[in-house]
Design a protein around this ligand. Structure first.
Ligand code: NAI
Length: 304
């Protein structure tokens, strides 16, 4: 039934209907900025409770945006929140969510098999013109797309946390991504208010490819006893102009996530010394010291 949309959908034209799969930290942010830019958004989660959770997170976040943007005019702020929320609907059925999409952005769990399976299902359900994109941080877009027919309409749209605040969008082209798909992804990124950069489908794209090895080297510096985490962080903030030092950033991201990324890259490229696993990081993960979210990482976040 839903497939009947596909034949009548135009090939050309801007992206107006976006389906976001996964309403967690990243997906809810992506849904929020797309809706705030005037697009119709369908959010897909695994159950109703998670859908509701995502909705209320988006609502709270929009209220914060409205407070800043409509400081002088609170009632305009209120209508901005309501109108934006009005453009977001939810479903627990990915195929239903795909049926009306010009673009699908996937932001589910960082697992290759699960992502491939999801996209194979979406490939069956979505209209022919629908562009598929993954927000993966560390997996290969080409591999995620491998079970789909529409490899020319597949790319990466890699956002940064928190999505409504961070201005960058990495637009990832695989060897199969067509010029038209790439162009549409760039235009869409600009429309949702991001500064877009273009990159190839290589591990970590641009930002994480440079950040993760830097963090690993900072940890090796600590292990060698060259300097303390506090001094290394101060050095990178005041000497390199970074807003956060490597240890502060690692605690914020979560050490389980960083370990997962390093291990994945190391497995694929064991000869690359930049991706060598860190014993200290492994030990901290084993001890449950994951950073801000567990209350302890390189620094302590326990409430006194
Ligand atoms: P999260 O755990 O906060 O959210 C994932 C959500 O996806 C969960 O709410 C889960 O219920 C849902 N989900 C899982 N399987 C699903 C399915 N089959 N259908 C629909 N929903 C499903 O994770 P987060 O942090 O938002 O990460 C999502 C993706 O974004 C990952 O690929 C990650 O690598 C990437 N990413 C994460 C960043 C971060 O700073 N956390 C930054 C940039 C990208």
């Amino acid at each position: 039934l839903k497939r009947s949309f596909s034949s009548s959908s135009p090939m050309a034209g801007a992206i107006k209907n976006v389906t976001v799969i996964g309403g967690g930290l990243m997906g809810s942010g992506i849904a929020q900025i797309a809706a705030a830019a005037g697009q119709k958004v369908v959010l897909v989660e695994t159950n109703e409770k998670l859908l509701q959770g995502a909705n209320s997170r988006i609502n709270e976040s929009l209220k914060r945006v409205a407070k800043k943007q409509f400081k002088e005019n609170p009632s305009a702020g209120e209508s901005f929140v309501q109108e934006t929320m009005g453009r977001i609907s939810g479903t627990t059925n990915p195929s239903e969510g795909a049926a009306s999409a010009d673009l699908i952005v996937e932001a589910i769990v960082e697992n290759m098999g699960i992502k491939q399976k999801l996209f194979a299902t979406l490939d069956e359900a979505a209209p022919k013109h629908t562009i598929f994109a993954s927000n993966t941080s560390s997996l290969s877009i080409t591999e995620i797309a491998s079970q789909c027919q529409r490899k020319d309409k597949f790319g990466g749209l890699h956002f940064f946390n928190p999505v409504p605040v961070m201005k960058l969008l990495e637009v990832v082209r695989t060897n199969d991504t067509s010029d038209e798909t790439y162009k549409k992804m760039m235009e869409w990124g600009q429309e949702v208010g991001k500064t877009c950069i273009t990159c190839k489908d290589t591990p970590g794209f641009v930002v994480n490819r440079l950040l993760v090895p830097q963090l690993a080297e900072a940890i090796r510096m600590l292990e060698r006893g060259d300097a303390s985490p506090r001094d290394i962080d101060t050095a990178m903030k005041l000497g390199a102009g970074h807003p956060m030092g490597p240890f502060e950033l690692a605690d914020y991201v979560g050490h389980d996530t960083t370990k997962f990324i390093i291990d994945g890259w190391h497995e694929k490229m064991p000869e690359n010394p930049l991706f060598k696993p860190s014993e200290l990081l492994n030990k901290m993960v084993k001890e449950g010291k994951l950073g801000v979210k567990s209350g302890e990482g390189f620094y302590s976040y326990k409430k006194k």
